[in-house]
Design a protein around this ligand. Structure first.
Ligand code: ADP
Ligand code: MG
Length: 493
């Protein structure tokens, strides 16, 4: 079987998918083991590339990631010696092929839940309860997962294609031919819908670059390059307009449909975006308000006594019900003329939000949604699946050092303030010094003048080199994001 033969073909090429599957099945049969791939949700040829080699060596298992968490509680130690419970007894699951949205007012613990599931909690946070990946206890650094953080830390002077291909060279195995890497990069660009801006620079303080939505998609593209089976995203749509948010979410849905497990925290989705979610995890103050099918959430709220009024976006309604800050806003507005818009038929106007949250909590604990979720988690805990371990960067130290040097050179040579501005300053200063010390002579008294000239030049060069520090800080930002993101760093890098 030709390694990576299907790379770069259109993901929708159904015939190729079929062929790859048939090939994979052959390998599985040759190994005399059960093949679970046929039962797994369809993966694009692109998705299979990186996993095929591993699968051929060991056994061809189901490469999907089933994540379940039970009674997950996170407590953080505050500076004053007190502790705060950020998450309380959360139970839920995420299945391959689906996209799970975490929603809740800000401060409700969405990021903390993502961190807890991805095993990247802060040092002062303590986790209790179980997190199971494919029925096995996931240790803190399980592979095959990717985490897209809330802010984009990208190098502004590189184009979209360069950013992705440098990342590919930094992480893909050395023995993978260059054309295959290139095909994988191109495939990722197509998958994330970045063809139109592939040769545009990302942009920084003095260069106009790609739009916010495109930047977001580049960040996601960098993470899916290694074909993770499990994808965590912290507020991928925050700060985007509704069309870009819809595009990003639609792409995530495409990734999920490819057999991946996607979990994303979302802040105030529009109704179009909300309709793309399969499952919804609603949090308020670290407790579960609702976990179940996104499409059934409206019914749940109606049963609990808070039906969604007609002509209101359902997700807005859910957040309105569970955001305790509305109580404070109402108290502030009370008595002022702003209260004129009060609608007596709205159940939320008759009770306080904290009362509504209490009722929703207790209703959920008694509902069939909670029962079904627990049943499903128990079932998932019983089925032991494949251990997914992508094992971090597979590029050698030499390759990484070479790529980083090249990237740094390209970055600095394009940044006007880095080399070019300095070159101009150096030339001007050289001309000045040269003309001052022109024909200084060869007498005893000129020794002093030569010494002064040398110390001036040394001093100047030293101070100018400190000017490179801000650039270094930028690079450090990219580095820390990447090293936190790469949950599964091998010890060699
Ligand atoms: N490491 C930590 N130390 C102290 N407090 C924390 C820590 N992590 C989270 N918190 C607190 O937990 C709450 C939830 O935070 P977060 O998960 O970031 O909320 P969200 O992402 O939903 O806005 C906040 O009140 C925050 O102050
Ligand atoms: Mg957050």
């Amino acid at each position: 079987m030709k390694k990576g033969g299907a790379v770069g073909m259109a993901p929708q090429d159904a015939a190729t998918v079929g062929q790859v599957k048939a090939e994979l099945e052959d390998v599985g049969k040759a190994a005399g083991r059960a093949v679970a791939v046929a039962a797994a949700p369809a993966m694009s040829p692109l998705s299979e590339t990186l996993w095929r080699e591993k699968a051929a060596v060991e056994f061809l298992g189901d490469l999907s990631a089933r994540l379940a968490w039970r009674d997950l509680t996170v407590t953080v130690a505050l500076g004053s010696g007190e502790t705060q419970t950020v998450l309380e007894a959360l139970t839920g699951y995420a299945e391959p092929g689906t996209i799970t949205a975490l929603m809740g007012p800000s401060g409700s613990g969405k990021s903390t839940l993502l961190d807890a599931l991805a095993g990247r909690l802060a040092a002062n946070a303590f986790l209790s309860g179980t997190v199971l990946l494919n029925g096995r206890k996931a240790n803190l650094s399980f592979g095959a997962a990717a985490y897209v953080t809330q802010d984009d830390n990208l190098i502004g002077t590189l184009t979209v294609r360069e950013t992705i291909s440098y990342s590919a060279r930094l992480r893909l195995p050395d023995n993978m031919p260059m054309e295959e890497k290139r095909a994988l990069v191109e495939g990722t660009i197509v998958e994330m819908g970045l063809q139109d801006c592939a040769d545009t620079v990302i942009g920084n303080w003095h260069m106009r670059g790609v739009s916010g939505g495109e930047k977001r998609r580049v960040s996601i593209a960098l993470e899916i390059l290694m074909r993770p089976r499990l994808l965590f995203l912290d507020e991928p749509t925050s700060g985007l307009d509704s069309a870009s948010a819809f595009f990003v979410t639609q792409t995530l849905r495409g990734l999920a449909r490819d057999g991946r497990t996607v979990i994303a925290s979302i802040h105030q989705p529009s109704s179009e975006v909300f309709e793309l979610f399969d499952r919804l995890f609603l949090l308020s103050g670290g407790k579960t308000v609702y976990f179940g099918q996104a499409s059934e959430a409206c019914e749940f709220f109606a049963q609990a006594g808070f039906p969604c009024p007609p002509l209101r976006n359902p997700s807005d309604h859910f957040l309105r019900c569970i955001n305790a800050d509305f109580d404070k806003v109402k108290a502030t507005l009370k008595g002022s003329m702003k209260m004129r818009f009060e609608k007596p038929d709205d159940p939320l106007e008759r009770t306080t939000t904290s009362e509504a949250i209490r009722r929703l909590f207790s209703y959920y604990q008694r509902s069939q949604y909670y029962y079904v979720a627990r049943q499903k988690v128990d079932e998932m805990a019983r089925v032991k699946g494949t251990i997914l371990d992508a094992g971090g960067s597979q590029a050698s130290f030499g390759m990484q050092a070479f790529t980083l040097m090249k990237r740094s050179f390209v970055n600095m040579s394009r940044d006007f303030g880095y080399y070019w501005l300095r070159l101009v300053i150096y030339i001007v200063v050289t001309i000045c010094i040269g003309s001052i010390y022109l024909n200084v002579g060869t007498k005893y008294s000129s020794i002093l003048a030569r010494g002064a000239c040398a110390s001036f030049i040394f001093g100047f060069v030293t101070f100018m080199s400190i000017g490179g520090f801000p650039s270094f800080v930028e690079d450090m930002k990219v580095y820390t994001t990447k090293s936190n993101t790469a949950l599964q760093r091998s010890s060699s890098d």
